[in-house]
Design a protein around this ligand. Structure first.
Ligand code: ADP
Ligand code: MG
Ligand code: MG
Length: 877
């Protein structure tokens, strides 16, 4: 069995496609070496070894042998010797899982140093300062990562030393100072662990490898995996790589860069570097890094090489790359390349531009932007009309605006979010421990850190607004306040941040959500060419319908007519209709509603001209329209106090009695939907008359109107046949009256299990089906949507259910009923048109499922239409 894969320009055993085995970092190091790009040689220990080790707590001898062989080979290739006192080979030990987990796993640099080898390194390089700088770095990382000593112990000792010497930067420390620091660090290690720092390089290596493997199961890694749905069974690989030194002086340095701007997607090389620095100095914000363009002036030759390499990498991987490089005394080495994380806006721009550049095809572009990213693009920005004062400006680290209450800890952010509070997490800087809190917050504000800081990278990935490095903010963690200019803001106060500009504003500012434009239009048009499923919208008003149509909706899949009944001008007539003691009075009240409903439908039909409009007849239990009992009791008391007339009081009492008589124990399973239509046929008759009259009138003016009448809550075919018979009669007679003839459909919602199971019978009557997955979820699980909040979050947190089934369609249960419904429905009516409405219509995984089981269309809220268009296209690819 092969457990160790060598890489380097002389001999490379792995390649890019071996990510599962070598991890992303290892596979790409190998691939770069294969491309002839200068990579310090090294080897990768596979993810298989990680799993073996975590299971058994030990390594098979084969693994140990293969590691020893690889070290020998590395010695041969580099001409250095591991543990040698005159020319020591130093190595880095780097973790690397299949997908990148930023900051989750830790790296140790300069491994192999000890009290003897450091002398050799010093002599060999003729640079004592460099040797001891490397040693103190190694001790810090080894102490922190491998020995689990708190990082701040080393930090404090270092700061104290700088203070004592009156210097501010690490680079100001000379060899003598660094030697003293090395001694201090060793005693920190001795005091913290009770043992001396291990001088034997072989032992150091073994301990570092163990630590990387163990870190796969540390809390931060587990949290990150949970948030990103990464399976624990993947494991991580370990990369052991010969060191190159960015800390050798002023012709050395290290940096990180993106081949395109990760915030905007602009085609420009973007990055930061530090001279005389190593490893993570750039991201850690120890010194302020230089923009990459400066490198062109400082070290033009290295820059030119870097430019060639980054272009080569982008051409090869056909995607934007995030790279790490180190320059050792003028010579450039690549240390990492991976697909760069980017904002939603950048993902879109890069995908569209790469098609235009001929790098990728349209289908690939469609897969490069996730539906969630589209969602983010539709996220709020600050209303340009709003008045506000900017109190500070930091870096625009992740776009979008957010409003929330200030909190200072990740735990507090999570607590507040659980209580449905919107919060802004304010931190000096963030670290991987904060991930849960960042996820819970609306946005993140940090005092320190650059565009590649932890906060910035993670926020961009999450699509959260983030303002980073807002240096004029001072946090007083004990007082739970922060101050900026001359304002003090306490925990719980509202602030607004704008991650697109970097601005911080005290208080709440009005936010607005942008529309679809430019590249998004282009990508969604490509998606439309590919997708096979229609996308409609759920809309009840001409305004919503208009928004949805601009977002690309191809009709209305669900118009909930009850929403029209709540209008201030109609509610009196609606109540009159409900409270009517007999049919005649009810009909009279319905007569008042008829012209209003007709107008509603004309509004919708006009906006959706030429496209199908599915109108659902009245669905909710009638008591929803009536005044509440307490409200009536209040009115009665008021009348008594004012000395109102006996007659007036009698009316209120009667209404109260009627309201009481309509109270239901389980209204959602009660007198609603088609059950209303069957017991009070005049309600549906009025609605159908309004629909057909509206259509006739618009037809007469030359418009193309496509009405679809939908009857809700059918459980038995007889409910549908009797209702339908009535309604068709009304429709035909209206058409005769108006002397106007056109096609319309009568169909039903399938939202009860019995309907799905008898869909073959129902389809004989129904000309279309629309799965009402909200009610179907409710009735399949027996979960009341209104009460599920008491236990569903607990279910999800404790993995009893993977997702909230009201958000993500339960494919095994509810989805199976949908599948059966489709199959049975089409068995008696092969051309049955079938859609889905409800929350799931705009949820990407549910859309994909819908495509696979043969839906004709999905219908979702207007802002989710673009998401559904993309998800439907991705389902095909
Ligand atoms: P992360 O996944 O946190 O980025 P890395 O393994 O990439 O961790 O390493 C952390 C830092 O150390 C990076 O800046 C990387 O470029 C640097 N580094 C890793 N290995 C070497 C090496 N062999 N020589 C020089 N620098 C290295
Ligand atoms: Mg790291
Ligand atoms: Mg890295």
């Amino acid at each position: 069995n092969k457990f160790v894969y060598f890489f380097g320009n002389e001999e490379t055993e792995g390649k890019n496609s071996m990510k599962d085995l070598l991890g992303g970092k290892g596979a790409n190091l190998a691939e770069m070496a294969n491309l002839g790009i200068p990579v310090p040689p090294g080897f990768t220990i596979t993810t298989e070894v990680c799993l073996l080790y975590l299971e058994k707590g030990d390594y098979p001898t084969e693994v140990i042998d293969q590691i020893n062989n690889a070290i020998s080979k590395l010695e041969k290739v580099t001409g250095k010797k591991f543990g040698d006192n005159s020319n020591p080979l130093l190595i880095s030990v780097r973790s690397g899982a299949r997908v990148s987990m930023p900051g989750m796993m830790d790296t140790v640099l300069n491994l192999g140093l000890n009290d003897d080898t450091v002398v050799g390194l010093s002599k060999k390089s003729d640079n004592e300062r460099f040797a001891y700088d490397s040693y103190r770095r190694f001790l810090t990382m080894f102490g922190d990562v491998v020995l689990d000593i708190e990082h701040h112990k080393f930090e404090s000792a270092l700061s104290a030393k700088k203070k004592a010497l009156g210097v501010t930067l690490d680079t100001d420390l000379d060899a003598t100072a660094l030697k003293e620091i090395v001694e201090e660090f060793k005693s920190i290690i001795r005091n913290s662990t009770g043992e001396d720092f291990p001088q034997d390089p072989r032992q150091q290596l073994q301990m570092a490898i163990d630590a990387v493997f163990n870190s796969w199961n540390n809390q931060r890694a587990i949290t990150y995996r949970r948030l990103n749905n990464i399976p624990g069974e993947w494991g991580t690989a370990v990369n052991v790589q010969s060191m190159v030194y960015g800390n050798m002086g002023e012709t050395s340095g290290t940096g990180v860069a993106f081949t395109r701007d990760p915030a905007t997607g602009d085609k420009r090389f973007f990055g930061e570097y530090l001279m005389n620095a190593q490893g993570e100095d750039v991201v850690a914000g120890i010194r302020t890094p230089q923009p990459i363009s400066m490198l062109q002036q400082t070290l033009p030759e290295s820059y030119a090489t870097l430019e060639k390499i980054y272009k080569k990498l982008e051409d090869h991987f056909r995607d934007m790359q995030d790279i790490e490089f180190t320059i050792e005394d003028g010579k450039l080495y690549m240390l990492q390349t991976r697909t760069g994380k980017r904002t939603a806006a950048a993902a879109l721009k890069i995908a569209v531009e790469m098609v235009e550049e001929g790098l990728i095809d349209k289908r690939t572009a469609i897969t490069r932007v996730s539906p969630e990213q589209i969602d983010r693009l539709l996220h709020p920005t600050i209303d340009s009309q709003a008045e506000y004062e900017i109190v500070a400006t930091g870096l625009p680290a992740s776009p979008g605006a957010a409003v929330g209450k200030v909190v200072f800890t990740a735990e507090h952010a999570e607590e507040m979010a659980k209580m449905d509070e919107k919060v802004i997490l304010v931190r000096t800087e963030t670290s991987p421990e904060d991930i849960g809190g960042m996820d819970a917050a609306q946005g993140i504000l940090t005092v320190r850190g650059g565009m590649t800081s932890h906060a910035a990278v993670v926020a961009r990935g999450m699509g959260k607004p983030c303002v980073a490095g807002c240096g004029s903010v001072t946090i007083d963690i004990n007082a739970c306040t922060f101050s900026v200019s001359d304002v003090t803001v306490s925990e719980g106060d509202f602030v607004t941040i704008d991650g697109s500009t970097g601005n911080l504003i005290i208080g709440k500012v009005e936010l607005i959500t942008p529309g679809v434009s430019g590249e998004l239009d282009t990508l969604l048009e490509w998606a439309d060419e590919v997708r096979e499923m229609g996308v409609r919208t759920n809309a009840d008003t001409p305004h919503d319908a208009q928004v949805a149509r601009e977002f690309g909706a191809e009709g209305i899949g669900l118009c909930r007519t009850e929403h029209m009944f709540f209008g201030e001008d109609r509610i009196p007539a609606v109540r009159e209709m409900i409270l009517a003691e007999d049919t005649e009075v009810r009909k009279a009240a319905l007569q008042k509603l008829l012209p209003m409903q007709k107008e509603d439908f004309m509004g919708l039909f006009k906006v959706m001209e030429g496209l199908p409009v599915t109108i659902r007849l009245l669905d909710p239990p009638l008591h929803e329209f009536l005044p509440k009992h307490e409200e009536l009791a209040d009115r009665l008391r008021a009348l008594e106090a004012e000395g109102g007339s006996a007659e007036e009081m009698e009316t209120v009492k009667q209404v109260m009695e009627r309201v009481e008589s309509m109270v239901e124990t389980n209204p959602m399973l009660g007198h609603r939907g088609c059950r209303l239509g069957i017991t009070y046929p005049e309600i549906y008759e009025m609605q159908v008359r309004a629909i057909i009259e509206a259509a006739c009138e618009l037809k007469a003016s030359g418009m193309d109107i496509v009405p679809e009448i939908m009857i809700p809550l059918i459980s038995h075919v007889n409910e549908l046949s009797s209702t339908k018979k009535d309604l068709v009669e009304v429709a035909e007679s209206v058409m005769a009256e108006k002397d106007c003839k056109f096609d319309y459909l009568v169909g039903t919602m399938i939202e009860l299990p019995r309907a799905a199971l008898t869909a073959d019978q129902i389809a004989k009557e129904a000309e279309f089906f629309s799965f009402g997955t909200n009610d179907l979820t409710q009735t399949t699980f027996g979960f009341s949507r209104d009460d599920a909040g008491k236990f569903l979050p607990f279910y999800v947190e404790n993995s009893i259910l993977e997702d909230d089934p009201f958000a993500v369609l339960d494919q095994e249960g509810v989805g199976e009923l949908v599948r059966i419904g489709i199959e049975k429905g089409r068995s008696t009516r092969p051309d049955l048109k079938i859609g889905i409405c409800g929350e799931h219509g705009g949820e990407p995984s549910s859309v994909k499922f819908g495509y696979n089981i043969g839906l004709n269309y999905v219908s979702c809220s207007p802002f989710r239409v673009p998401i559904a268009r993309l998800a439907a296209a991705q389902a095909v690819i």
